[in-house]
Design a protein around this ligand. Sequence first.
Ligand SMILES: [Ca+2]
Ligand SMILES: [Ca+2]
Ligand SMILES: [Ca+2]
Length: 404
Amino acid sequence: MNREDFYKAGLCLALLGGSPWAATAPNPLEFPCQPVTCSTLTPTASVVDPKTNDCAYRVGNLWWVDYVAGSLAWSEGEGGGMKPVTVAIFDDGAWIDHEDLRNQLWTNSAEANGKPGVDDDGNGYVDDLHGWDFVDNSPDVSPKGACRDRFSHGTMMASLVAAERNNGVGIAAPGSDGARVMILRVVGCDADTTKVDPDRLIRALEYATRMGARILSFSAHWSVTTPQLDAAFREIADRPDSPVAAIVVASVPNKGEPAAGYPAAYGFHRIVRAIPIGNDDEISPGTSPAPIGLNLGAASACVIGAGRPPAQYKLEQGSSNSTAILAGLLAGIWSSPRYAKFSADEFLAGVVEGRMSKTARRSKPGSRPPYMEGVPLADACLLATEHRTASVCRTPEGHREARP
Ligand SMILES: [Ca+2]
Ligand SMILES: [Ca+2]
Ligand SMILES: [Ca+2]
């Protein structure tokens, strides 16, 4: 977090009047239904969208959904034919009973229709219904230990990918309609579990791809790797015709780290890096250098997401948010009838890379290379609207405008 972000986040919380924790319903005056003003990009008027009743969206707090034209990912699927993309969340677990997550989970149908205590699909994991806890080797993916009493990072990330839309509460996300989240607990909050363990991560990668995840979201980064972990990522993110090919969405940190860390530091062609953009449209000044490649800007600051069950939300800032928002956006677009049959490479080459090079919509320049000329923004209007069929797109000035 940079100082400006910190100031704005502090301002936000001050405006909220104390605790960032608050119930969402039924009082419409409570956060997140109460407008916040921490982003200069926050719409000045409530969103008039009769198809979407999530309170934080209606009140204008989901500026980042508009910023990436994330609502386009919803209209792309209108008329049916949407094939939800499974997005694996590699994090510290998640509260899957949260009101905005419980209907948005990837589900292992063999286990859902099977017997408790039995590995019904023979994948080596007993009762793995919505993912797996690779730290404690358990089907219970909820936060554990010290994490239980804290704001849940993994829950926030899952909600930014795919919070349930139009359920009258909480938030919406670009992947609300087109993404289902697989929860993989790979780190914990207690002393011996906070570090990324390469062997644990390899098991989680194998699980995710074998069980059908097509986007792997990493709102975390690490500096040390092993040949085995490198090989696992190479297979998923680089090898042509790999049966486990998937898109890896990788966070690029913004706290002044000298290098981006893994997996963002890999030069593999299926790595898409999320470049954190502040709520003033600028690349976060402390953003680490990243390899040249699929680097897309996404919102990092003044972002509201789910934090605790059953119905609590929080305002956060950081490059983690950018990563989850980008993962949800890519899933939302990829799930549309036009692209659902595309392989990972076809989608990346034809949609992401093919269009981002033509986009005029870029962030303001950053202070460090390779961001001196800004980065293309993760913008669904640009990535998805070859024929400009979007009902909601943005003008360069940032205002909403209807398109035919
Ligand atoms: Ca199983
Ligand atoms: Ca079972
Ligand atoms: Ca919602």
